[in-house]
Design a protein around this ligand. Sequence first.
Ligand SMILES: *Cc1c(COP(=O)(O)O)cnc(C)c1O
Length: 406
Amino acid sequence: MARANPHFLNLKSSYLFVDIAQRVAAYQKAHPERSIIKMGIGDVTEPLPAACREAMKAAIDELGSKATFRGYGPSEGYGFLRDAIVENDFANCGISSDEIFVSDGSKQDSANIGEIFDASATVAVTDPVYPVYVDSNVMAGRSGDAEGDRYSNFVYLDSTPENGYLPALPSEPVDIIYLCFPNNPTGTVISREKLTEWVNYARREKAVIIYDAAYVAFVSDPEIPRSIYEIEGAHECAIEMRSFSKIAGFTGVRCAYTVIPKALKLADAEGNEISAHQLWNRRHGTKFNGTSYPVQAAAAAVYSPEGQAQVKELVSFYMENARLLREAVTALGLSCVGGENAPYVWIQVPGKSSWDFFDNLLNNAGIVCTPGAGFGTCGEGHIRLSAFNSRENVIEAVERLKTVEL
Ligand SMILES: *Cc1c(COP(=O)(O)O)cnc(C)c1O
């Protein structure tokens, strides 16, 4: 019988969303008259911007005519999109368009990037964390054994109220560091000074930072860096990932990109320098045939003047939701972070487990949140509220929060 990949057997079942669904279903059954507001979801709610829809329709019409039909495109993405990305997202960052790899999602990019590293590489992840970084490295055999909620070979970087949810540099050698800012789930951002410490650390220790900037569009504070490549030396040690999912409602349309500067070098067994860009280029060309043309056309439309105005409006809509949620939570006397430069509000629930607080919110207010424990050990004692919702739901949730007894 064919043997299964043993590393997959090391994965922990993620019961988080199943558990949430079961508790919600039980509550709804007991209270069929009560409407439930789902504030836990990490999916956008507002429709695709008009500029993107129009570009997609025009692209489809092109595909319908023999003169303008296109088949396979370049696996790394069309030049029109890569150029627009560099001009708009990396002006003055020293990134060139051939360092951009267009894909169909940051989830898969952040999971697949591990393939260019040695199987024995030591991985550092924050706690709480976006679970993809953890599970993809478990599948790759880098985790070691499961020990409670953690794995023996990963280095965990605790994000706690004490450190303002900005973890300290690793105290032991690591090869790959996953950082996500603005952060999911905590909604925190990283200052230029702190990010510089990470870049300096990675250069000194010859580690690589995988920088997930999926939520960068939500940053309004001018002091917060928009790209890791604003930091000197980051080209030698950082891979940045961005997605059109949250900025432009592409969660179902699917388009993202990964930046791998040519200056980023890995080592072979003898210590010779190997270009990470070349390895990823080879991997991308082997396993991917490109994001579809209509989708890339829609993504490029985000950078048109109309597209820019429309996504700005989307972002401010969600951020007003976030502001209302923060205000309501603060009025309850709870401490929270996030919701200012990110669409998530991360709330401390002192003296309660995150699941107890989840039950309390559900049973007494009909509000569904995400229990922090689902994102890691340090998420215990916290819940996440998402600003991705209709205004109507947010206003109703704010009213209901007023009646919650802690
Ligand atoms: C939503 C999200 C992404 C985007 O994933 P896509 O596959 O591009 O939709 C990436 N990273 C984090 C942390 C996210 O929350």
